[in-house]
Design a protein around this ligand. Structure first.
Ligand code: NAD
Length: 477
């Protein structure tokens, strides 16, 4: 059994005597893999105060000194990539073969944002020759960073790196389903030289530990990644104390496949778009809109390839798809098969338990052909290996379907026409448009959602805006 996931305060493990133990289940075996010791209000208080205590020294140590530490963290995480990948695979069910890239990104976050923080420039105005006004950025203070279970290392590291690179300190609350890899990462950060108190971790459920953290008076801002409903509750709680928040929320993104698209690239890209990360990714292209002229051929090849996806133990390097993260999530994903059937959709493949995998929350990847975009399988975020096809006749229709959603996180467009691509980029209401490419994050560019997919942006200059205060100083010369 893995060790109990404690909290980490001032760089040291902490478990309150009265902490409740919460079971953590291994998604591949359905067995109790470990426990977390839930941080109660007292533990959250200690963590928030530790972050406040560390703030002064960290925020004033100078970018060069901070960056030396952030580069050392990058190097340490690169060395530990394999061991982190093993923990991430075992606890989330994500196939280990895909994790090398995610952990490279985890480490790269610390280097990239350190570099960006040291290149920030400011504004100055000379109103007349003897009167200067200049603008400086100051770290905002202590952040509560709350993250989901679907890609713990990549998502938590992005927020931690942006937060501390600009001189802030934080308390992180990872998902109660998958706390282990992030806890290990923060331990490694301390081994690489991170001073005590700059990054603290509290483990526990959202309604216990998470809400105590958001409400804590020492917390100045909230960075949240997770579901839209949770985001609404957290934003309301933060708003009561006028704490700024950044919200990276759910998605139901369109992948538009035009008849002139490169067929093989579009097949590869749409498969990765929905099924990578076991289908549990906010930026999944879960509504695949195919132009009628190529629809039969495209969908039948997509289904053939879907049936060939190899499910299995996430630690086996040949596995392409592991189990879903936890039982209730698996049940929820499967409930959409019934919804699809009731709404008159055609189930093309998937939904069964793969042969030979008697234990674990495995689901054969699903594809359905929906009747219309108003149906639940087209409107609700399923967050699993569940591809929903729709057929269109004109680009106007495709764009209008893409936009007929409460969400607006990303969109994918597959076409040989520059005009069609640029029209989609202009007219689709989503934060990121990927043209003829699967997901490709540029860490320096803003990332975030329109509509119910969130408010605010991650990425270099957007993160700088969120994690710093602007101060204007005027002085006669
Ligand atoms: P979730 O909203 O259930 O939980 C996310 C985190 O919030 C967890 O750590 C949870 O413990 C915590 N939490 C829950 N209630 C809380 C409360 N009242 N106060 C404080 N904290 C609380 O989401 P999830 O199921 O872990 O993750 C899946 C969701 O995350 C999907 O909707 C997915 O689209 C979204 N997501 C978005 C992005 C993005 O960048 N836009 C990235 C990854 C995942």
């Amino acid at each position: 059994m893995l060790p109990v996931s404690n909290s980490l305060i001032n760089g040291k493990p902490y478990i309150d005597d009265a902490a409740t133990l919460v079971e953590i289940i291994d998604p591949s075996t359905e067995e109790v893999a470990s426990h977390l010791a839930e941080a109660n209000a007292k533990t959250v208080d200690l963590a928030a105060k530790a972050a406040r205590q560390a703030f002064k020294a960290w925020s004033t140590m100078g970018t060069d000194n901070r960056n030396d530490i952030l580069y050392a963290i990058h190097d340490r995480l690169v060395v530990e990539a394999q061991s982190l990948a093993q923990i991430e695979a075992r606890t989330t069910g994500l196939p280990v073969r895909n994790l090398a890239a995610l952990i490279r990104r985890t480490a790269a976050n610390f280097r990239s944002f350190a570099e960006f923080a040291s290149s920030l420039s400011g504004e100055s105005y000379l109103q007349n020759p003897d009167f200067l006004t200049y603008v400086t950025r100051e770290p905002k203070g202590v952040a509560a960073l709350i993250s989901p279970w679907n890609a713990p290392l990549a998502l938590s590291s992005m927020r931690i790196a942006t937060c501390i690179a600009f001189g802030n300190t934080c308390v992180l609350k990872p998902s109660e389903y998958t706390p282990q890899s992030v806890l290990r990462m923060v331990e490694l950060m301390h081994e690489a030289g991170l001073p005590e108190g700059v990054v603290n971790v509290v483990n526990g459920r959202g309604t216990v530990t998470g809400s105590a953290l958001v409400d804590h008076p020492e917390v100045d801002m909230v960075g949240f990644t997770g579901g839209t409903m949770t985001g609404r509750a957290i934003m309301a709680a933060a708003g009561r104390r006028l704490k700024p928040s950044i919200m990276e929320l759910g998605g139901k993104s369109a992948a538009i496949v035009c008849a002139d698209a490169d067929f093989d690239r579009a097949i590869d890209g749409t498969l990765a778009g929905i099924y990578a990360n076991n289908g549990q990714q906010c930026l999944g292209g879960s509504r695949i809109l195919v132009e009628r002229r190529v629809a039969d051929h495209f969908i039948s090849e997509f289904v053939r390839r879907t049936r060939a996806i190899k499910l299995g133990d996430p630690l086996d390097p040949s596995t392409e798809m592991g189990p879903l993260a936890y039982r209730a999530h698996r049940d929820r994903v499967l409930s959409y098969l019934d919804a699809a059937t009731n709404e008159g959709a055609e189930v093309l493949c998937g939904g069964g338990r793969p042969q030979g995998l008697e234990r674990g929350w495995y689901v054969e990847p699903i594809a359905v052909l929906a009747k219309d975009n108003a149906s639940r399988v087209c409107q609700e975020e399923i967050f699993g290996p569940f591809a929903t096809f729709l057929i269109f006749d004109s680009l106007d229709e495709a764009i209008s379907i893409a936009n007929a959603s409460d969400f607006g996180l990303v969109a994918y467009v597959w076409t040989a026409s520059l005009d069609a691509a640029m029209r989609c980029s202009r007219e689709i209401r989503a934060g990121t448009i990927w043209i003829n490419t699967p997901m490709m994050r540029e860490l320096r560019a803003p990332f975030g959602g329109y509509k119910d997919s969130g408010t605010g942006r991650d990425g270099a200059s957007s993160s700088a805006d969120f994690f710093t205060e602007l101060k204007t100083t005027s002085i006669p010369l």
